[in-house]
Design a protein around this ligand. Structure first.
Ligand code: UTP
Length: 228
């Protein structure tokens, strides 16, 4: 079975470019585990930049999304490059769609994919990929350490959830739709609904806490949030 990792784009591509140190740390943790992995990368700042460039030229939102998807695929390629240099058994091409990913997952221990179609996010891609390849576990790695009942950056009394059921997760994601633009909930609503309908166990951890990350991929307890 492949475990699906949803890897936030801003962790892959930082202000200082591709974070090869971080990607190598992840590679070592994954190599050590007994599992196989399908890694879905977000677009980070580059996605917003590419999308805005298209909008400035008069492009529509579909076209802006298409440009943003390019950034997600660049990040998937960065993962492939680091894992290949580390001699991991990774598919050398970025998987372009779910069908492609399903085929490559049969051949490789590691596969990497970015976005797929306009209108969704790589969280939803990761959830759909988990369904497509019958994965039972998804690990979301972002720059927040867990799921909270409100934005912890704005509310110092925000309550952190150690565990959640699917319906509470969906309620939290729906509620966040009314928040200010740019203040996205940690996992988008479509992704929440997909993991709920297939009962995929989801772990939410920070990329800065490698211990949590390692425990999450191995299905052990950690300081983030477990949804099941
Ligand atoms: P994400 O929003 O998934 O990446 O995709 P991110 O910004 O790194 O987010 P986190 O950190 O993982 O939460 C970036 C953009 O790419 C487009 C959307 O415009 C999205 O906002 N996209 C991505 C798609 O249109 N379709 C996809 O399948 C994936």
């Amino acid at each position: 079975m492949h475990i699906v990792l949803s890897l936030g784009g801003s962790l892959v591509n930082t202000e200082n470019g591709i974070d090869t140190v971080f990607l190598n740390q992840i590679r070592q943790i994954l190599e050590k585990s007994e599992h196989n992995f399908a890694i879905v990368t977000g677009g980070g700042k580059a996605a917003r930049k590419y999308a805005n460039e298209v909008r400035l030229k008069g492009g529509n939102e579909f076209e802006a999304d298409e440009a943003a998807i390019v950034a997600t695929k660049e990040n998937a390629k960065a993962v492939i490059d680091v894992f290949s240099a580390g001699k991991s058994n990774i598919c050398k091409k970025v998987c372009l769609d779910f069908d492609n990913a399903r085929k490559e997952a049969k051949k490789f221990r590691f596969i990497a994919m970015g976005g797929t179609i306009p209108g969704i996010t790589t969280d939803a891609d990761a959830a759909l990929l988990a369904e497509a390849i019958n994965s039972r576990r998804l690990v979301n790695i972002s720059n927040v350490d867990a799921i909270y009942d409100s934005n912890p950056k704005e509310n110092k009394n925000a309550k952190k959830y150690g565990s959640l059921d699917y319906s509470t997760l969906i309620n939290l994601a729906c509620r966040s739709d009314t928040r200010k633009a740019g203040e996205n909930f940690v996992f988008d609503i479509l992704a929440c609904k997909i993991i709920a309908r297939s009962k995929i166990e989801a772990h939410f951890v920070s990329g800065k806490n490698l211990n949590d990350l390692e425990n999450a991929i191995n299905g052990k307890n950690h300081n983030g949030t477990i949804v099941k």
